[in-house]
Design a protein around this ligand. Sequence first.
Ligand SMILES: Cc1cc2nc3c(=O)[nH]c(=O)nc-3n(C[C@H](O)[C@H](O)[C@H](O)COP(=O)(O)OP(=O)(O)OC[C@H]3O[C@@H](n4cnc5c(N)ncnc54)[C@H](O)[C@@H]3O)c2cc1C
Length: 460
Amino acid sequence: MKTGAEYRESLRDGRRLFLNGRKVSDLEDEPLLSAGVAEVAAGYDRYYRPGGAVGPYFAFPTTAEELRAQLHELLTWDMTTVTTAQGLQALLTAAARMRADHPEYAARIEAYYDRCKREDVRGVQAITDAKGHRRLSPSQQDDPDLYTRIVERRPDGVVIRGAKMHITAAATSHELVVMPTKRMKPGEEDWAVACAVPANAPGVSIINTTYAPRGAASGEDERYWPHSSHHNMPEGFLVFDDVFVPNERVFLAGEVGHSATFAHALGLWERLGGTAHLAEIGDVLTGFAQLIAEANGLDRVSHIREKISEMVMYATLVRAGLEAAISNAEKSPEGWMFPSELYTNAAKHFGAAEFSRMVRHLHDIGGGAILTAPSPDDLASPETGAYVRKYMRTMEGVDAEYRSRLFHAIRDYTADTFGGWQHVTMLQSGGGLYAQRMVSSKHYDMATAKRMALEIAGLA
Ligand SMILES: Cc1cc2nc3c(=O)[nH]c(=O)nc-3n(C[C@H](O)[C@H](O)[C@H](O)COP(=O)(O)OP(=O)(O)OC[C@H]3O[C@@H](n4cnc5c(N)ncnc54)[C@H](O)[C@@H]3O)c2cc1C
């Protein structure tokens, strides 16, 4: 296994990184990116054991209990470790589904997985293409590179060109796992490509965006961003400018029949992880709502209680859906445990679709000081501190600092840079709402539902 220090060093591998139009030569010298590196390094140190030990993020659950325990643990991992675990689980899931048709690809995926485990590397799931005109297929686009494709086939590998968008943790990872974004049709063989590319491979560029708070990065008080100044990870706009991929790293190269296998496999694991996060976030939002209602003296007012009870229902039902996904998991012939497609997708859909309403309730309950509560520096200032202390307190036991810090946390978590990121991410991660509805409908037992309705109608 790697230590945190070894991980930090491993990122100095010549990768081409950009942020705000500038080239980033060392991630740790860039204030908006260094917190992510620090978080991943801390994760390495937390799990480091000498000898041949393996990180728990590489384990594929073989029972429902192991799956539940891993999801519990996942909530404590940095986002780079989460993408590693989900990406590799997706690859193994795809290997299991392709084994009968393409045993050579399944064997390459398993060898790659063993190598990642042995070298304790971190990896991303690079699936979302640029996509161009959304209603046109890859072969109909006016620029064929709008979906990542094979531009050259060689005896020893393939050369790929294209871009993958919004890729979480690309800059802080070692491996970019490329998968087709959707099903390809016959004639679109060049776009049916899955492979693994090192982040520093010649031809790869990573253009970063981040929700790391700009103020905290420039030295302002971190207490104003209590969550996001410590927990942030960049997203990468990956460009593959004629990148050579050797055969042992190629997992699909033209077999359109399996082009959607990867996206489906990844969707399952990403949505399961997303649901686990949403269950946790549901509790956090509810906790904030109750705390700020109490601090404002409103916790016994009927419309506030009604909103909080709705948040309780939300948090509980997302958790119930997650639990159903685990309890109804099924074993593959390899002995691996796959969560229920139906419950995973339905729970993720419910959690994501209702998320913004829960944030609305919190904002409605909390009031305008969510945005305008004076900063910790204003409280400490000899000029303004007394005013803040006098007017931000509400009653005995609720002083200005306590109440302001609650407001700062709510703003950071739901209404500032991270809050905005979270708002969109909850909807789009793992594919938009429509994708989850499609998969849920596919796995729903419609025949039984129809039979039950026909029986009531006396038409059975
Ligand atoms: C913060 C963040 C992190 C992410 N991390 C990753 C990651 O690590 N790896 C990764 O691969 N992806 C990642 N994604 C990408 C995510 O999966 C996509 O944003 C999502 O699948 C939607 O794709 P899009 O953004 O291209 O939007 P679009 O495809 O433009 O979709 C926008 C809307 O249009 C609809 N739509 C699109 N095409 C059609 C059509 N043909 N017919 C009807 N409706 C259509 C969609 O359903 C959606 O409602 C991330 C996204 C975000 C926001």
